[in-house]
Write a protein that binds this ligand. Structure first.
Ligand code: DOR
Ligand code: ZN
Length: 460
């Protein structure tokens, strides 16, 4: 008996769309064929006219749980992910408490296990005084270290260069990726006071492109001197930032980077309209930078698409621009917006799936995910490419309750399947149907269920 059969879809498999039927047992894809013999299946999905893609892996979300659950929780964040075709997320450590030692890691893991409806990895944070905890975190099962803040951001202080260097040496030894938020604090400190004279442009002037360029250069140089570090630059936003990652790759370093939909699809022009809502680190940039990001995404210099889902409520965002917190929600709109770009021939479907599924899995060592292939987890999202819809925050699932992309067109999933279970269903008009706590913990190289730091031990 099969658990699930999907019939009639065009399936993205081995780099192209093919008419295949997908059979699932025990959460895994067990058959992929023109016609799966009519074995009994618990759930049959008629997907005629739909495209089946691997569920997305969003390597950069801030689900705010524990500590700021009025902004988001593991439940609401994971519902938003499922409704956007994302079946695996990696959560960042700037929660309260921050995920910087065994105890805080366990606390977050417990919350995620109880509430998440999609699979999840948890990153470990780096702060001034947790250097001796990094190996505890690595053994606990963090996916990576980061977001490591070179510039201060929401609920996160900037690291001193000396601390950063020591941390990267240790992370290189531990063999995990270091995900770095690259904005240079000294440049920000120099630009900020003057920027206060221009309220509309304030945030963009306070954190100029040069802050990113400087920080990427510094961290690439540190990584180079260490050797062997898996350096991942979070949300690149500038031409020079991308250029330095390109150079680092060229000289053979293990460097990668990600870009967000907001840096690709919004710019300074939108920022003027959105006011303090558009405040985000790194800031929205000019068209010149947006063009460079697109070119780098198409060529693969930018490896990964990620949302940097950073929800804050409207009341928080609509404070004076000096006081509003930085960050934009985006986990639910990430894949739908980028699929719209595929529809408009701005990006190939092949590159999209690579940037949102295959590459994240290989960069972070997520086994058995990121492809529709035999033996892989049945993480699948179905889309009607002929049905773009206007983004309407009213129907999105994040607690943020608003979207910087309001009114833009996107292709949302009709059905999302996580390890063979339907978690979001618009074919039958049911919306989110995944059960709280069904999401599994993912660790580098496998599933965290049997890992040492499961419930019940005394990790400090
Ligand atoms: O704008 C941002 N918000 N950038 C970050 O790096 C952090 C994030 C947040 O957590 O709100
Ligand atoms: Zn971030």
């Amino acid at each position: 008996m099969l658990d699930l059969v999907i019939r009639g879809a065009k399936v993205f498999c081995e780099g192209e769309l093919r008419e295949l039927e997908i059979a699932v047992r025990d959460g895994k894809i067990v058959k992929l064929a023109r016609a799966v013999p009519h074995e009994q299946a618990e759930v049959e999905v008629n997907a005629r006219g739909l495209v089946a893609l691997p569920g997305g892996i969003d390597v950069h979300v801030h689900f705010r749980d524990p500590g700021h659950t009025h902004k988001e929780s593991w439940y609401t964040g994971s519902c938003a992910a499922a409704a956007g075709g994302i079946t695996t997320v990696i959560d960042q450590p700037n929660t309260t408490p921050p995920t910087v030692d065994g105890r805080s890691f366990k606390k977050k893991l417990r919350r995620a296990r109880r509430l998440s409806i999609v699979d999840f990895g948890i990153n470990g944070g780096v702060v001034e005084d947790n250097m001796e905890k990094l190996d505890v975190l690595a053994h606990a099962g963090v996916m990576a270290f980061g977001e490591i803040f070179m510039g201060e951001s929401t609920n996160a202080r900037a690291l001193e260069m000396e601390v950063l260097k020591a941390a990267l040496e240790e992370i290189a030894r531990l063999g995990l990726p270091a995900c770095v938020h690259a904005e240079d604090m000294r440049t920000i400190e120099r630009c900020e006071p003057e920027a206060r004279g221009d309220q509309t442009m304030y945030h963009m002037l306070a954190r100029p492109p040069a802050a990113e360029a400087r920080a990427v250069m510094d961290v690439v140089n540190i990584a180079r001197s260490i050797g062997g570090l898996r350096l991942h630059i979070c949300h690149v936003s500038t031409r020079d930032g991308v250029g330095m990652v390109r150079n680092a790759k060229y000289i053979g370093m293990r460097a990668s980077c990600e870009v967000t939909p907001h840096h690709l699809l919004l710019s300074e022009v939108h920022a003027q309209r959105l006011g303090s809502r558009a405040k985000v680190n790194p800031p929205l940039r000019s068209e010149e930078h947006v063009r460079a990001l697109w070119a780098a995404l198409r060529s693969g210099t930018i490896d990964v698409l990620a949302s940097d889902h950073a929800p804050h409520t409207l009341a928080e965002k609509e404070q004076h621009v000096f006081d509003a917190p930085s960050g934009l929600p985006g986990v639910e709109t990430l894949l739908p917006l980028m699929l719209m770009c595929v529809r408009e021939n701005r990006l190939s479907l092949h590159r999209l799936v690579d940037a949102l599924c295959t590459r994240p899995a290989s960069l972070f060592g997520i086994e058995g995910k990121g492809r529709i292939a035999l033996g892989y987890d049945a993480d699948i999202a179905l889309f009607d490419m002929k049905r773009p819809e206007k983004i309407d925050a009213e129907v999105l699932h994040s607690k943020a309750g608003w979207s910087p992309f309001e009114g833009m067109e996107a292709v949302f999933p009709m059905l999302t399947v996580s390890r063979g279970e339907v978690v979001f269903d618009r074919i039958r008009n049911e919306d989110v149907v995944g059960e709280k706590g069904r999401g599994r913990w993912v660790i580098p190289g496998g599933c965290g269920d049997g890992a040492q730091y499961g419930d019940g031990d005394g990790a400090q």
